[in-house]
Design a protein around this ligand. Structure first.
Ligand SMILES: Nc1ncnc2c1ncn2[C@@H]1O[C@H](COP(=O)(O)OP(=O)(O)OP(=O)(O)O)[C@@H](O)[C@H]1O
Ligand SMILES: [Mg+2]
Length: 145
């Protein structure tokens, strides 16, 4: 990720602002970046991903890939894959679905619930994005490079 923004923490008032933060982060994203998105149910992980993939130029709107594990945005620049680990029952289930291949495939990887299994599926270079807050409260978004 390019160091083009000085802040590492933002207070986000609503879902549109969350998408705009995603679009801003997209300007800094480089091929091979792995973002681990952490936050409770409804924290805004998917909203942030929507902004990122739109910012990367994908015409495919990001939806929750909960039932498919992964949604690819091959038209994004760089090509991007969006994961949701929420419904994984075991870490082996991810490995069975080709997670290792994605880790070596050079796509941008955006992973919701990346802290499942204590984060053991995520590589050491993961850029952690932690969202706190719920309901209609503002969200605090922290990025740990
Ligand atoms: N400041 C905010 N930023 C983002 N979303 C907000 C904010 N305030 C309220 N919301 C609402 O919170 C919800 C966030 O939903 P979203 O699907 O992005 O969460 P999520 O973290 O992906 O949840 P899940 O764990 O189910 O995947 C939306 O309904 C959105 O309208
Ligand atoms: Mg989601």
């Amino acid at each position: 990720m390019k160091k083009i923004f000085s802040a590492t923490e933002w207070l986000i008032d609503d879902e549109d602002e969350m998408r705009r933060l995603g679009a801003m982060l997209a300007k800094a994203i480089e091929a091979g970046d792995v973002l681990g998105l952490v936050g409770n149910l409804g924290a805004g992980k998917t909203r942030l991903v929507q902004g990122i993939v739109q910012g990367l130029g994908s015409k495919i709107p990001a939806v929750s890939p909960t039932f498919a594990l992964v949604q690819e945005h091959r038209d994004a620049v760089p090509p991007t894959a969006h994961f949701d680990f929420y419904r994984l029952r075991t870490a082996d289930e991810a490995l069975g679905m080709g997670w290792e291949d994605y880790l070596h495939g050079g796509m941008v990887l955006l992973v919701e619930w990346a802290d499942r299994f204590d984060g053991s599926l995520m590589p050491p270079q993961t850029i952690w994005v932690v969202i706190t807050g719920s309901g209609e409260d503002p969200r605090r978004v922290r990025i740990k490079l």
